[in-house]
Design a binder for this molecule. Structure first.
Ligand SMILES: *Cc1c(COP(=O)(O)O)cnc(C)c1O
Length: 411
């Protein structure tokens, strides 16, 4: 391991290092036990892989269905690379819209049963691109407290009024909507209700039927970010709207192509008018280069796989049930999870990092997560099982949790 050079080396001949506050911040991470190095994966990202030179079973990827190395995605990407080259060469509005980008959007729109889809470079840029277009200065955004960072940043890019309701508190949501409509001029305002479809740190599913009912009563727009539901929930992985059979009642759905889909990208699915306005105004779309054609080709192949190999999603859910039951049987606190994301909640950030480090020693890679991603006293090791994990691998993970959990007196 190379040590960071001492700050003295960075000091200029003229005196104090103007970046010294960074060193202070690093010391602070270390003092709080939150200092992390990036772990490096050698070779492919699979359920069993080499991390920091050590073979481990990973419970840390979002590769729910193992599609990142699926033969059909690999060959689609290879063919596109050979035929169309490595990059698209421009932003979409100048010369960077290739036939294959439009083909992917048409295919995703059909898959999601909506009029139109627009893709973005990532799920993150999708939220930061779309939210400011929907929420002008006079709008009100009503947002769940545990929504993803990219939603929070998207909201920060607007001048709209914000109302954050406590996580999954439907009474608070309804009362925020009533207040907004009852206030002077409230009847005229655009109101946008935003929620994750599956909450990324806790693994619970949004109470979408109630959210939709509340929004319909208040004539508000519903915006669901299905990053962790894409490829996981609903028929063939169509997401939370399909899971709850709410087609036609959720105006804006965001999805990611970076998690279960196995590649990279984000997309927004909704009415054709939304796509039209976005291609004129969404800033990440206008000012950042489009996906390499191999990315679009691999995503197209992924939709083929979702439609033709539903057994992958079945296996994902079987593994999920098995692993959750195992953790609960050992006495771990796993919160309100209903999906393949299962947090093992242990309290302080330092304790979560110790559990994560101990698991790594036992050959299991499960990342510790603390503040600011989750509240300090709800720090956790987050686990995600995939369709690729074998029963033997899941058993080995549970045995490691038992050993380290007992050593740290968590169970
Ligand atoms: C992961 C995630 C994103 C970001 O998606 P990327 O494609 O990885 O940028 C956006 N929203 C939610 C809810 C997420 O969980």
């Amino acid at each position: 391991m190379t040590e960071t050079a001492p700050s003295a080396a960075a000091e200029t001949a003229r005196g104090r290092n103007p970046l010294a506050f960074l060193d202070a911040e690093i010391e602070d991470f270390k003092a709080k036990g939150l200092y992390r190095r990036l772990r490096v994966v050698e070779g492919e990202q699979k359920s069993r892989c080499i991390v920091d030179g050590r073979e481990v079973i990973t419970l840390s990827s979002n590769n729910y269905l193992g599609l990142n190395t699926h033969p059909r995605l690999r060959s689609a990407a290879e063919a596109a690379l050979r035929e169309l080259g490595a990059g698209s060469g421009a932003v979409r509005t100048i010369a960077g819209t290739m036939r294959i980008h439009e083909e992917l959007e048409r295919r995703l729109a059909d898959f999601k049963h909506v009029e139109a889809v627009l893709t973005f470079q990532s799920g993150f840029t999708c939220n930061t691109g779309v939210i400011p277009i929907l929420a002008g200065e006079s709008a009100v955004i009503v947002s769940d407290a545990l929504n993803h960072a990219s939603i929070i940043d998207g909201i920060r890019l607007t001048k709209a009024e914000r109302r954050i309701f406590p996580h999954a508190d439907m009474e608070a949501l309804r009362s925020a909507l009533r207040d907004v409509r009852a206030a002077p001029g409230g009847a005229e305002r655009t109101v946008l209700v935003i929620t994750d479809g599956v909450f990324s740190m806790d693994g619970d599913i949004a109470r979408l039927p109630e959210i939709v009912a509340a929004a319909e009563e208040a004539e508000a727009i519903v915006y669901v970010d299905d990053a962790h539901a894409s490829g996981v929930l609903g028929r063939n992985g169509r997401g939370s709207v399909d899971h709850f059979d709410l087609h036609g009642r959720v105006q804006v759905q965001v999805g990611t192509l970076s998690k279960a889909i196995g590649v990279l990208g984000g997309y927004v699915a909704g009415p054709a008018s939304l796509r039209e306005v976005l291609i004129h105004r969404a800033r990440p779309f206008l000012f950042s280069t489009s996906h390499p054609p191999a990315v679009a080709a691999a995503c197209l192949a992924a939709i083929d796989v979702l439609e033709s190999e539903p057994q992958l999603i079945e296996r994902l859910w079987e593994n999920t049930r098995y692993f959750k039951a195992g953790l609960a049987g050992l006495g771990f606190e796993t919160g309100a999870s209903e999906t393949p994301i299962t947090p093992v909640i242990v309290g302080s950030g330092a304790r979560a990092m110790k559990l994560s480090d101990g698991l790594f020693e036992e050959g299991v890679f499960a990342q510790g997560i603390g503040f600011p991603t989750v509240p300090e006293d709800r720090s956790r090791v987050r686990t995600i099982v995939t369709a690729e994990h074998t029963r033997a691998e899941l058993d080995a993970c549970l045995a490691a949790f038992e050993t380290v959990g007992r050593a740290l007196a968590i169970i």
